[in-house]
Structure formats: structure tokens, C-alpha cells
Design a protein around this ligand. Structure first.
Ligand code: DO4
Ligand code: MG
Length: 284
């Protein structure tokens, strides 16, 4: 079941039909005892009944990022490709070794990524920071976790990153990662009681001047760490009264010669969830 946040309230979509959700606060929805059961009951109550056709429906609404008061955190170096790319970019700063060590350490890399005000929704724009020259999107499966530390859903995330700033000195990571519109989430949250299969593909496409500029795929099977372990570390001695989003790291890094430009279109698809599409802007 897919949960959408829109400019006219929340909707649940199931088998191609959408239904308004009476409880419209995500902060409340995410902490329900059984969100999946609640959404299922909305679908079941409405199915087979002649619905009063509402003027408001999902097809005409503006879809927003599925976030209210949740913090967004991110895991890093959870795929071998990310470890190698970071080691290369930090070599001249002498910091490459850290990435190799964190890849195999028991404790994962976790960092603060965004608050709702810094998150772009589907169809809106993400930003490149004005003082960065080498920038990439990072397509990441993103977990939705309730205030009890349970994974209750999944969305598509883009952890926009400035590789030149991050590579200059690992201590610059927060500046490379956290700025206005450095994060995109959406288009919905897939609320399912069971984990996504390891065969789930993540696809990144970058379109420049209406032509493909880069594309790649990976599956969750290549992730080094289990989502539940990442969540366990995030929630250790840390409370999230409204729940949290946790981006699980990127397994796709474009070649070192590639940098994003204003006007590029980033498309990230995780099949059971959907496609998150954002245009890139710099200096706006
Ligand atoms: O260690 C720096 C950030 C890593 C990251 O964001 C990722 O692997 O996705
Ligand atoms: Mg990342």
C-alpha cells in the first residue's frame, strides 16, 4: 500500500485506486500502533461501495515529500562502490583509509542529513550548493521508522552530495551533505509489513538536454549491512518522537569525470515504490 502526502491531504493507493486518508497528519500516522492495518481498513471499507466521487483525488493533487517533523539521517559506505569512490576522492587529503575501515567495521557510518525544510518533494528541484564544483546524486533506499524503532515503510531518497568538498577533508562532510534542498524523498511511502526482497533494484538515470547522460542499476543484495542493524545503531541512545527516515547509502556513483549541472533531470526508480524525479538547480 502506498501512502502519499499531497497539497489536499493524504491518500492511500492500492491496486491503482486511491482513497483519502481521514487522519492527515503524518506525525500521527507514522506512530500508529498498526499503520498498515489502518490503511488496509480504509481500502477495504471503500472497496465495493459506490464511492461518492470527490473533487479531490490523487491524480489532480500536487504530491509533496512524505515528511513532517521527522529527521532524515543517512548511512554511508554501505556498498563497495561507495567505499572505493570515497577512498579515491579523499586520497590527496590522506583520508581514504577511513572509508575502508568503516566499510568493514562493526559500527556503521551514520550522519544527520536533513529536516523537512531542506527536503525536496517529487517534481520539485534539488540544489547544488553555490560553492561546489563536483556534485552527484546518490540514489538510496530510504527507511521509514516509527518512534518505537520499527521499520514501517520505504521511500526513494536522493542524498545530493558535493564530492569536492567531502573529498577535500572528511571533516567537511556535513557541508558536503546538508544544505537547502540537498535531499529529495518520495513520491510515496510504501507501507508493507515485510522487508523488501534483496532482489529489489535501484535505478538511477540522469538526463541532460533531453538525452541520457548517465544511468546505472544495483540491487539491495549488494548492500553490506542489514537495514535493521542500521536502525538499531540509529536508535541507540537517541529518540525520535515523530519517527525518522534513514537513507541506506548509495551503491551507484557516476564516474569521476561526471558532475551534475543546472537543468539536469535526476530519476531514481525503486520498483515497488515508484520513481522520484527532480530537476537540478544551482545558485537559486
Ligand atoms: O562517507 C561519506 C558519505 C557516504 C554516503 O553518503 C553513501 O555512501 O551513500
Ligand atoms: Mg549517501
Amino acid at each position: 500500500m502506498k501512502l502519499y502526502r499531497t497539497n489536499v491531504g493524504c491518500f492511500v493507493e492500492n491496486n491503482g485506486r486511491s482513497y483519502p486518508v481521514p487522519l492527515t497528519s503524518l506525525d500521527k500516522l507514522f506512530n500508529l500502533d498498526d499503520l498498515h492495518g489502518y490503511l488496509k481498513s480504509i481500502v477495504e471499507k471503500s472497496d465495493g461501495v459506490d464511492l461518492v466521487v470527490s473533487e479531490i483525488d490523487l491524480s489532480t493533487a500536487q504530491i509533496l515529500a512524505p515528511i513532517e517533523n521527522q529527521e532524515v539521517w543517512a548511512a554511508g559506505v554501505t556498498y563497495y562502490r561507495s567505499r572505493s569512490a570515497r577512498m579515491e576522492e579523499a586520497k590527496s587529503a590522506g583520508g581514504g583509509d577511513f572509508y575502508d575501515r568503516v566499510y568493514s567495521a562493526e559500527r556503521p557510518e551514520l550522519f544527520f542529513k536533513a529536516t523537512a525544510s531542506r527536503v525536496a518533494g517529487p517534481g520539485s528541484h534539488v540544489r547544488i550548493r553555490s560553492d561546489a564544483k563536483w556534485n552527484v546524486p546518490e540514489p538510496e533506499l530510504t527507511l521509514l521508522i516509527n518512534n518505537r524503532g520499527q521499520i514501517i515503510g520505504y521511500t526513494v531518497g536522493n542524498d545530493m552530495s558535493s564530492r569536492d568538498i567531502e573529498g577535500e577533508n572528511p571533516l567537511y562532510l556535513p557541508q558536503a551533505k546538508v544544505y537547502d534542498r540537498s535531499c529529495a524523498l518520495g513520491p510515496c511511502v510504501l507501507i508493507i509489513p515485510e522487508p523488501l526482497p534483496a532482489t529489489t533494484p535501484i535505478r538511477l538515470e540522469i538526463v541532460r538536454d533531453a538525452a541520457p547522460a548517465f544511468s546505472a542499476d544495483i540491487t539491495l543484495a549488494e548492500m553490506k549491512r542489514a537495514p535493521a542493524t542500521l536502525v538499531e545503531y540509529l536508535f541507540r541512545d537517541n529518540s525520535f518522537p515523530y519517527g525518522a527516515f534513514l537513507m541506506t547509502g548509495t551503491g551507484i556513483v557516476p564516474p569521476d569525470s561526471f558532475t551534475l549541472k543546472s537543468g539536469d533531470l535526476i530519476r531514481i526508480t525503486i520498483d515497488p515504490i515508484g520513481t522520484l524525479e527532480n530537476e537540478v538547480k544551482q545558485g537559486i
